[in-house]
Design a protein around this ligand. Structure first.
Ligand SMILES: Cc1cc2nc3c(=O)[nH]c(=O)nc-3n(C[C@H](O)[C@H](O)[C@H](O)COP(=O)(O)OP(=O)(O)OC[C@H]3O[C@@H](n4cnc5c(N)ncnc54)[C@H](O)[C@@H]3O)c2cc1C
Length: 399
């Protein structure tokens, strides 16, 4: 066992090499701490889906010196088309036209930048915690090497669980998933398109939102778009009993005549990777004990509806570093202050996400109608602000 360090700095174990984990390791290093990251996967993931990086996350990334390394792909001017299953198109507004002007990136663009900035922080792949025992003077962690199934034990001053929605650290220290994971009764599938939807300009976004299901196409300035198919269901578990492609084909069968859906389903067959998952929020009374803290989706998964998960991970990491610097030698105070500062932001975003879910996938016909009105009103406003709105054949454009 390695001895703990004492004084104003310490030794941290960060579990998870996603956005929240790498950002935390970077910020802890800046605060004078040594970190080790363990990542369950055998190697680093790349690519991923569209992410809107909002000012909260952008400013945190700037203050950590990471932002300048993030490759942004925001199409200029950003433009979104709303289409129905009869293929009537009208100007709409998407995430990227939000007044906060988020950057369009891939999740992998943020992770790549963080990876570049790790600056010597060791990352052990194929490793997961098997047991976590918190003591007054440190945390004893049993680590499992997944390939060999061998166990080793190490002592740290702090353990950061940044291991995502289905966090192992949360289970080992705080309790089972069902206590904290609140289903939002929807399934999403995110994947890369090889080609833009026919008759849509390469840098335009597209949304087809019907009651209970939707397709979102997120465009970038320098690569093909990513797509997101989403649908509502109360039987989340039942969606995982068949191959995702089969489930999606059934769910969208009666709107598959619409060109965007047909195109997305065809491209889905060719997509090398897809993310097929249920949508949850994580809600907890507290995100930390005396020496274990959860970060990012593990702590508060806001859900994709908010468009703030990545930003919250960056903000959470930066705030933790700041609070550790502000309370040198007093980890308990630092963690309490960190949570106090972050809670209002997360509470607000979680509430907003539950409302925004209906913009994403309308819950019923009435909401669908209201949503359409709202989107058309917003789209008209935007169209009057920009010129050159007609990127689709006039016969297809509505209104
Ligand atoms: C389709 C989609 C669209 C989204 N759009 C946006 C958006 O527009 N804007 C935005 O800000 N956010 C968005 N989000 C949310 C955002 O992607 C997440 O909130 C964010 O990536 C979470 O980062 P994380 O590091 O907390 O968790 P994760 O990305 O889940 O990373 C967790 C890491 O921990 C590892 N891990 C898991 N278990 C273990 C273990 N036992 N031991 C070791 N390692 C482990 C995993 O392999 C992974 O590398 C979107 C999410 C989805 C799904």
């Amino acid at each position: 066992m390695t001895p703990p360090t004492s004084g104003t700095t310490g030794r941290a174990l960060v579990v998870g090499a996603g956005i929240a984990g790498m950002a935390t390791a970077i910020r802890l290093r800046q605060a004078g701490w040594q970190s080790t990251i363990v990542e369950r996967s055998p190697n680093r993931r790349t690519g991923g889906y569209f992410i809107g990086l909002y000012p909260g996350g952008r400013n945190a990334a700037k203050s950590m010196g990471v932002y300048e390394h993030i490759h942004t792909r925001t199409p200029v001017p950003p433009r979104t088309w709303e289409v129905d299953s009869h293929e009537n198109r009208t100007r709409g507004f998407g995430l990227i036209e939000h007044r906060d002007r988020p950057d369009a990136v891939l999740r992998g663009d943020i992770e790549e930048a963080l990876w570049t900035c790790l600056d010597g922080v060791p990352v052990r792949f194929g490793v997961s915690p098997a047991r976590i025992d918190e003591r007054t003077d440190g945390v004893d962690v049993q680590l499992r090497d997944i390939a060999t199934d061998s166990l080793s034990e190490e002592r740290f001053d702090l353990v950061v669980g940044a291991d995502g929605l289905r966090s192992t650290v949360r289970t080992l220290v705080f309790g089972e998933h069902k206590r904290f994971m609140k289903p939002l009764n929807a399934i999403i599938c995110a994947f890369q398109l090889q080609e833009q939807v026919p008759h849509v300009a390469p840098r335009d976004n597209l949304i087809l939102a019907e009651p209970g299901r939707s397709l979102w196409v997120f465009a970038f300035k320098d690569r093909a778009p990513t797509a997101l198919l989403a649908y509502r269901t109360k039987d989340e578990d039942g969606q995982f009993t068949r191959p995702p492609r089969e489930v999606l084909r059934d769910r969208f069968a009666d709107v598959a005549h619409a060109e965007p859906i047909r195109h997305a389903l065809e491209q889905l067959d060719q997509a090398p990777d897809l993310l097929f998952d249920s949508v949850h929020q994580v809600r907890m009374e507290s995100w930390h004990t005396r020496r274990v803290v959860l970060m990012g989706d593990a702590a508060w998964c806001i859900s994709l509806y908010s468009g703030q998960g990545a930003s919250a991970g960056l903000l959470g990491a930066d705030t933790l570093g700041r609070m550790i610097e502000k309370h040198p030698g007093d980890l308990a105070q630092a963690l309490a202050a960190w949570e106090r500062e972050l809670r209002p932001f997360v509470r607000k975003q979680q509430f907003a996400a539950r409302v925004k879910g209906h913009i994403f996938v309308p819950g019923n016909r009435l909401i669908g109608l209201m949503r359409r009105r709202l989107v058309r009103w917003g789209g008209k406003k935007l169209a009057s602000m920009h010129t050159g709105a007609a990127a689709v054949p006039a016969s297809r454009a509505e209104g």
